[in-house]
Write a protein that binds this ligand. Structure first.
Ligand code: PGA
Length: 244
């Protein structure tokens, strides 16, 4: 099957005050304007600076996303942010089920599934993260784990234009370690069998300018979800430029 444009998404995590977030967004936006990106571009800043970053990106091709959302639309949920609020702030995407939410905040597949449904209710594209821990990989369980996360966290009514999957092995996030290219291909192929045709599957976990080209050259990889390297405009842009 012919593949479409790749998507390079930056997950800024809990990094960025107003000034440095705006500066980073402006630097990325300027590169995207000057060069002709061969891929789609997305940045997901912390919720407090979505608005500032959105203004800094105005007129550029770089899309905006959130990093999490609540299942409910509104109400007595102190500290939570709804998908509708992200949409209202200018987001088109939201990252859901990131391992730092699953493991750091104990989010279950059922909770992630409710959040994906909320994202769709608000008209956002859900970037659903899946991936095995080191122990699960060592036990040879990565395919079973990822398959279970997909069946547990994707609501009914799924369509390729409202879902992106990010395969992020937990042991590869922020560690400098990555699976072999063959292992990435194997897991992506399993994911592809479980989602509608045409749904993008990103790889995430220690993607950087040095390894981006070989990872993004894989036909099974429709882009990258980038953490640490998305915090430097030069590195993020180099990864975007590595798209074939
Ligand atoms: P990393 O993070 O690129 O810093 O490994 C990726 C992610 O957590 O989305």
């Amino acid at each position: 099957m012919a593949r479409g444009r790749k998507l390079i998404a930056g997950n800024w995590k809990m990094n960025g005050l107003r000034a440095d977030g705006a500066a980073l967004a402006e630097a990325i936006g300027a590169r995207a304007k000057a060069g002709s990106a061969r891929c789609d571009l997305l940045v997901c800043p912390p919720a407090t600076i979505v608005d500032v970053v959105g203004k800094a990106l105005a007129g550029s091709v770089v899309a905006l996303g959130g990093q999490d959302c609540a299942p409910a639309e509104k109400g007595a949920f102190t500290g939570d942010i709804s998908a509708e609020m992200l949409k209202d702030a200018g987001c088109a995407y939201v990252i859901l089920g990131h391992s730092e939410r699953r493991h750091g905040h104990g989010e279950s597949d059922a909770q992630v599934r409710a959040k994906v449904a909320a994202a769709w209710r608000a008209g956002l594209v859900a970037i659903l993260c899946v991936g095995e821990t080191r122990a699960e990989r060592e036990a040879g369980r990565e395919v079973a784990v990822v398959s279970g996360q997909l069946s547990g966290a994707i609501p009914g009514g799924v369509a390729a234009n409202k879902l992106v999957i990010a395969y992020e092995p937990v042991w590869a996030i922020g560690t400098g370690l990555t699976p072999t290219l063959a292992d990435i291909t194997t897991v992506h192929a399993v994911i592809r069998d479980n989602i509608p045709a045409g749904t993008r599957i990103l790889y995430g976990g220690s993607v950087n300018p040095a390894n981006a080209r070989e990872i993004l050259s894989l036909a099974e990889v429709d882009g990258a979800l980038v953490g640490g390297a998305s915090l430097k405009a030069d590195d993020f842009w180099a990864i975007a430029e590595a798209c074939p």
